[in-house]
Ligand binder design. Structure first.
Ligand code: FDA
Length: 408
């Protein structure tokens, strides 16, 4: 076996077949993989990262609308969905948003808080990938691109067979992400490796994804399409106040993306369109007025939405003064609890994340190492830990990558 050659090199188009011995092989040069590789490299470990794409961090590049919402000031275990809500606590406590902010500041990357603790680059998301690659370079990590992994075997070490030669290492870190957006490199590789080594994988489904309403319902909603309203969306006890956008296929916008992670087929989504008011009291207080309900709502909601919404629900176009008690309370109920049963989601093609994944019961919460397969680690989105919208998923990538990077 050839010894590890040229640590720190980034080999992108080398065709020579190699057999390389390393201490740590990381599969996936995304957020979690690059971060973990740099951390392990800083400890003097000889690290190789294998990436199937021709470049690193494709998802980082398009994240946050091209500005990468790289962390959230308020990230805590409450910002994550997992079968075991406690699992992420240890890693999140050991590598915090403040730690990542310090790194970003060290690289003089300018950033701002957009809202709700969400930190974005002022410039381009590529700055974050460049920073991670520079951290890898300084830690003498080798990144190999265009690398298709054929299989993994285990003897005393792990053997990774690829089109770029074979790699062996005592530690193997799986950082291949989830299933969302296949053109960016998403594969089910991580789940297959977990199963190969006898680890349970929790059922996966798209998260942070627009919801569809079905052809018939969407036609009813045509007049509302393209309008965004400030609302509280709730599903299964989880509620989020942000914008809701009606699309030609259904519902989107941050509040919908958030509740989509709690939604299962058949569930209803409840929207409160007047979150600052008690709808009943508000309408009662306006009852003496000559104004129509649509015009009254247009004081709180976009005009087009207010009118189309009243028409959709066949709310009488008479002045409120002429509303019966029953009509008024129906209008109030609809405003407070507009119940919709989505027909589905827009799927992995439009999902920001994948819910489910490698069962956290199989992993050490301190190190991300598989309890039943020593030396095998899973980090980032491939694990059954999924963040809310707003920078939490990257914070999990950094925190889980850090935990594994201290141990692998
Ligand atoms: P990630 O997907 O980043 O990396 C996995 C890597 O493994 C990829 O490079 C892939 O090519 C590689 N790979 C897969 N299979 C392989 C194989 N068999 N062999 C070799 N390599 C393989 N989050 C957030 O916190 N803030 C944000 O602003 C956004 N914005 C956002 C926008 C969009 C459009 C999407 C789709 C997602 C986001 N996210 C986000 C989510 C965030 O991008 C995501 O959670 C992290 O990138 C996950 O990091 P990982 O390293 O786990 O996977």
């Amino acid at each position: 076996m050839r010894p590890f050659g040229g640590p720190g090199d980034i080999i992108s188009v080398e065709r020579e077949m190699l057999t390389t011995a390393a201490d740590v092989v990381v599969i996936g040069a995304g957020a979690a993989g690059l971060f973990c590789a740099a951390e392990a490299g800083k400890r003097g470990r000889r690290v190789v990262v294998l990436e199937r794409n021709t470049r690193a961090g494709k998802k980082i590049r398009i994240s946050g609308g091209g500005r990468c919402n790289f962390t959230n000031l308020y990230s805590s275990s409450a910002s994550f969905i997992s079968a075991n809500p406690h699992f992420c606590k240890s890693a999140l406590a050991r590598y915090t948003p403040a730690d990542f902010i310090r790194l970003v500041e060290k690289y003089r990357i300018r950033f701002h808080e957009k809202k709700l603790g969400q930190l974005f680059c002022d410039g381009s998301a590529q700055q974050i990938t460049n920073m991670l690659l520079e951290e890898c370079r300084r830690a003498r990590v080798t990144v190999i691109y265009d690398c298709a992994v054929g299989g993994v075997e285990r003897d005393d070490s792990f053997f990774v067979r690829t089109n770029r030669g074979d790699f062996s290492a005592a530690s193997l870190v799986i950082a291949t992400g989830g299933l969302s957006i296949a053109p960016l490199g998403a594969t089910d590789f991580g789940y297959r490796i977990a199963r190969q080594f006898g680890l349970r994988v929790r059922a996966t489904r798209p998260g942070l994804v627009p919801l569809t309403l079905g052809a018939e319902r969407s036609a009813d909603f045509k007049a509302l399409s393209g309008v965004s309203v400030d609302a509280v969306a709730s599903c299964h006890g989880a509620e989020f106040r942000e914008n809701v956008l009606v699309t030609h296929r259904g519902l989107s916008g941050p509040a919908i993306l958030q509740v989509s992670s709690y939604w299962s087929p058949g569930d209803e989504i409840v929207l409160n369109l007047v979150p600052d008011e008690d709808a009943c009291e508000w309408l009662a207080s306006q009852r003496g007025r000559e104004v129509t309900l649509a015009n009254l709502l247009a004081q709180r909601l976009p005009r087009r939405f207010a009118h189309a919404w009243c028409e959709l629900h066949a709310l009488p176009p008479r002045p409120l003064r002429q509303y019966t008690d029953e009509e008024l309370s129906r209008a109030a109920r609809l405003l407070r609890e507009w119940r919709l049963v989505p027909s589905g989601t827009e799927g992995y093609a439009k999902a920001e994340v994948t819910l489910g994944g490698v069962d956290t019961d199989e992993l050490s919460s301190q190190t991300m190492e598989a309890k039943r397969a020593p030396g095998l680690y899973f980090i980032g989105e491939v694990v059954d830990v999924t963040g809310h919208l707003g920078g939490h998923n990257f914070q999990w990538a950094w925190a889980s990558g850090f935990a594994a990077g201290q141990s692998a």
